[in-house]
Design a protein around this ligand. Structure first.
Ligand SMILES: N[C@@H](CCC(=O)N[C@@H](CS)C(=O)NCC(=O)O)C(=O)O
Length: 213
């Protein structure tokens, strides 16, 4: 059994979607990190930075934190959603690092400046709106003519990128363009397990965009 410590945010969605896709039994515990619950001593033993998501696998009493490390752990446990060939595994690892170091932080900052910030900071808005567009262009190129990020098919790489695109889409980004990326988004969004994963936690409310869609 997997205990999932989470919240209705992109990094949290990644894990609930993967658990649904992999058909692994799990129970959800909401940790309201935005109200300081991440700093509780018991939670810090599971997730040292006090962030969600984190899991405890009660089959072996192991704790895992960092969303993409959790995705790898779960795909290994279930033996699915990870490529079989060495060459594609190398590519998949690179893509997971790219997601964690580029798409997640840039979309996070864009959401902060364009939606959440109490103060309107034009420099921050312009910088991260532009960064977000750059990430879209990179993903469009990476997808090429494929249905999913890897030529072997749907994997945890798609789940990892999708979770942040799901939040972005709710705020009016990625409606039609770039074309192949928008089609990939619809393809992943249409998967029943993806919708069950999203529904596993109440979705975090996002304020309206300060910039027109
Ligand atoms: N790199 C981490 C990021 C985790 C993260 O930033 N989680 C956010 C919610 S999506 C959080 O817990 N924020 C609360 C805080 O920073 O105190 C991952 O991929 O898991």
């Amino acid at each position: 059994m997997i205990q999932l410590f989470t919240h209705g945010t992109p990094n949290g969605h990644k894990i609930a979607i993967a658990l649904e896709e992999l058909d692994l039994p799990y129970e959800v515990q909401i940790v309201d990190v935005f109200a300081g619950a991440g700093q509780q001593p018991d939670f810090l033993k599971i997730s040292p930075a006090g962030k969600i998501p984190a899991i405890v696998d009660t089959d072996n009493d192991r704790a895992v934190y960092e969303s993409n490390a959790i995705l790898r752990y779960l795909s290994q446990k279930a033996g699915a959603l990870w490529p079989r060939s060495d060459a594609e595994r190398t590519q998949a690892e690179s893509l997971l690092f790219l997601q964690a170091s580029l798409q997640g932080p840039m979309f996070g900052q864009r959401a902060h400046f364009s939606m959440f910030a109490q103060e309107t900071v034009p420099y921050g808005i312009a910088r991260y709106e532009a960064q977000g567009e750059t990430v879209d262009e990179i993903c469009e190129r990476l997808l090429g003519a494929r249905a999913y990020f890897l030529s072997s098919g749907y994997s945890i790489v798609d789940i990892s990128f999708f979770a942040w695109y799901y939040a972005a889409h709710r705020s009016g980004y990625l409606k039609e363009q770039p074309e192949r990326l928008a089609a990939w988004f619809r393809r992943v969004n249409d998967r029943p397990a993806v919708q069950r994963g999203i529904a596993a936690t109440p979705v975090f409310p996002i304020p309206p965009r300060k910039v027109p869609a």
